[in-house]
Write a protein that binds this ligand. Structure first.
Ligand code: AMP
Ligand code: MG
Length: 433
């Protein structure tokens, strides 16, 4: 590919490298690939307190400057002693010479035949390498315990200094989306603030004369605008800053003004509606007028029409995702195209969740040559096997099919009819939050 140095390739340059590029019949994988090549991370960093970093993208590697734990310590409440003091077989009497508490170490030296009563998390006394849990010893009196060599091996129940995080190791990688465990990990290193990528600003609006906003009366032939609500939900989950621009009528001036405002205030724009073939509106014309935008018919169901590119207005630019209007199509194209691109813009290096092969509970109609995203309910059958069924009618306007589903069934481009008992790939909507 030839393009000016430091100048990212245009959409035209990217697609010109594909020998089989056909915007009127674009396979899902090719569309994903073009989008991934075209979008670039923002690279704008801010430092914030770790509690604020949940769901944010880490902007630098975090290198451990301390050992966690800082000392060898006990994993159990019990008695610390030196493993080599045990005879090969049978009972051993140890003299208790003191107690080690978490946060209050035993300072003496432990000699042969001696032990220290120890609490979980207490520093291992000098000379000890093994802890026998309290419930495995038999007490002789207040000063002596009997430790059987059959119940313990040298080194057991001792946590080693630095076994969680050793000085100098990479504790967290740049590009990671921070989860609850990471907040705790940073705290365990004594780190109070970290650099994260700034939040992505996403403007979105719906297009269509038939759309009504909540609170308005539903005139004949009209529908309430639901897409801005599903988009709001999906963008919230990604941690984006949102600019909700409402419903824009199929009017060229209103549309151009909306696209320009969105472009001047956001990093990315997501619209719904007005991109289908033969749509009686101006959305596509305005998108094309304002920038480098491709109009695709994607080999998928639901979805098909989609606009993608970058638009410009008064020195500002923003990536554009012109999603189809149908409520299920909006969600599917968001999840399988926009989501990954937005994560990439946010600087995330997170891999997508793997698809899980499970058993189809009933036949699913499918023809090769397009990717189908059916809404599924994953459950376990009587024998404990995971199986999936489709959530009733799969029309692209039936949002209930998404609401009832707990997973997406991904029927791949070349895949054919699915018979009962065949394996199909699913993607779960939720994990541990
Ligand atoms: P379009 O892609 O504009 O031709 O719209 C396709 C279908 O989706 C039409 O039935 C629209 O009424 C419907 N639709 C478009 N936008 C929305 C929206 N924001 N909320 C609910 N339905 C919509
Ligand atoms: Mg429309």
């Amino acid at each position: 590919m030839t393009h000016a140095i430091n100048q990212p390739p245009s959409l035209q340059q990217i697609v010109s490298c594909l020998s089989d590029y056909d915007p009127a019949a674009l396979p899902v994988a090719q569309a994903q690939n073009i989008i991934q090549q075209f979008v670039h991370p923002l690279d704008c960093v801010e430092r914030i307190a770790i509690r604020q970093t949940l769901g944010r993208v880490l902007a630098e590697d975090i290198i451990s400057t301390i050992n966690v734990p800082a000392h060898d310590n006990s994993a159990m409440d019990g008695y610390a002693f030196k493993g080599s003091d045990l005879s090969e077989h049978g009972d051993n009497v140890f003299r208790i010479i003191g107690t080690a508490y978490a946060g209050k170490a035993f300072s003496g030296m432990v000699q042969a035949g001696e032990c220290v009563k120890i609490m979980t998390g207490a520093v291992m006394p000098t000379g000890c390498d093994t802890v026998i849990p309290q419930e495995l010893v038999s007490s002789i009196n207040d000063l002596q315990v009997n430790i059987s060599s059959t119940k313990i091996r040298t080194g057991e129940n001792r946590r080693l200094k630095g076994e969680d995080l050793a000085i100098g190791i990479q504790a967290l990688c740049k590009g990671k989306i921070l989860r609850p465990a990471d907040l705790g990990l940073l705290a365990s290193l004594g780190v109070a603030e970290v650099p994260v990528q700034r939040k992505l600003r996403v403007a979105f609006f719906s297009t269509g004369d038939e759309l009504r906003s909540l609170g308005e009366s539903l005139d004949e032939g009209c529908v309430y605008d639901s897409n801005r609500y599903t988009l709001y939900g999906m963008l919230s989950r990604l941690g984006c800053e949102m600019i909700d621009m409402g419903v824009i009528k199929d009017d060229p001036d209103a549309l151009e003004a909306a696209f320009r405002t969105a472009c001047e205030n956001a990093d990315a724009i997501i619209t719904s509606g007005g991109v289908s073939v033969g749509a009686a509106d101006y959305t596509k014309q305005i998108m094309a007028k304002l920038g480098d935008v491709a109009f695709w018919t994607i080999g998928m169901r639901p979805g098909r029409p989609m606009a993608f590119g970058k638009i410009h207005s008064h020195g500002h630019s923003a990536y554009l995702f012109g999603l189809p209007g149908n409520p299920v199509a909006v969600m599917v194209t968001f999840y399988f195209f926009a989501r990954q691109a937005l994560l990439h813009m946010m600087g995330s290096t997170q891999q997508d969740f793997p698809l899980i092969p499970v058993t189809a509970k009933h036949p699913i109609r499918k023809r090769p040559g397009r990717t189908e995203y059916q809404r599924g309910i994953l459950s376990r059958n009587a024998t404990g096997e995971l199986e999936v069924s489709v959530t009733g009618s799969q029309g692209s306007g039936i949002l209930r099919s998404m609401s009832e589903a707990n997973c997406m069934i991904v029927l791949h481009h070349d895949q054919n009819q699915v018979a009962t008992g065949d394996k199909v790939d699913v993607l779960l909507f939720e994990g541990l939050l």
